[in-house]
Design a protein around this ligand. Structure first.
Ligand code: B4P
Length: 187
């Protein structure tokens, strides 16, 4: 099973992907988590990524694509994976297609978590209080939402055209959303 989970910042992609990946027995690959791990370790990749993330901008495609290519080439991804927060641009969609084509694989399903914008802003501001993430300030959240609607929301049309997109209501309790995703994936 090769899955992608999409949705605006704070939609709960990471929250859901962690559980869904375990249920499906595939690795959970979050580009945001990989960037943050590099920031924490102070690697050159982390230093570069941090400049973009703390401004609410996307990390450049060249950096992100190379990182995902490397991760997907690892052995645990052979049976499948759950990509969380990638692809986010048309260039990333094309690059992912090429990575998979090389092994004669393809994406099986794309889940789009739909949420209410006011609710996601509230979720992220709450996380800011709890975790202090540098990209969870009101100003940066606003920019992240703009970038999402400008660059990532149009990708849903691409995956709809391919017959892969399933929209899942991301509002409500976390286990209820998980149940909806698993139902959509196994349908
Ligand atoms: P991500 O790490 O993907 O962060 P996100 O979009 O904010 O989070 P997500 O939707 O996963 O929300 P979560 O489950 O945590 O990206 C961060 C940054 O990394 C990007 O802005 C960008 O700079 C960079 N980046 C990542 N991928 C990239 C790419 N492909 N290309 C370029 N740049 C890239 O949930 C948020 C909060 O809501 C949590 O506190 C959670 O507890 C809460 N929550 C979740 N579900 C809930 C529910 N049902 N009810 C109430 N609260 C809920």
């Amino acid at each position: 099973m090769r899955l992608v989970i999409m949705g605006p910042p704070g939609a709960g992609k990471g929250t859901q992907a962690q559980v869904v990946a375990v249920e499906l027995g595939v690795p959970h690959i979050s580009t945001g988590d990989i960037f943050r791990a590099n920031v924490d370790r102070g690697t050159p990749l982390g230093e570069e990524a941090q400049r973009y993330m703390s401004a609410g901008e996307y990390v450049p495609d060249s950096i992100t694509n190379a990182m995902v290519r490397d991760r997907l080439s690892q052995e645990d991804c052979t049976p499948g994976f759950l990509l969380d927060g990638y692809p986010r641009t048309l260039e990333q969609v094309n690059e992912l297609d090429m990575m998979l084509l090389a092994d004669e694989h393809r994406i099986d399903r794309v889940i789009e978590l739909t949420v209410d914008t006011d609710a996601v802003v509230a979720r992220l501001l709450k996380r800011a209080e709890e975790q202090g993430r540098s990209d969870d300030t009101a100003e940066v959240i606003r920019r992240r939402l703009e970038v999402y609607f400008d660059q990532t929301a149009p990708l849903t049309a691409v995956y709809t055209q391919r017959g892969l997109l399933v929209r899942v209501d991301g509002m409500g309790a976390v286990p209820d959303v998980t149940g909806r995703i698993l139902a959509a994936v196994t349908a």
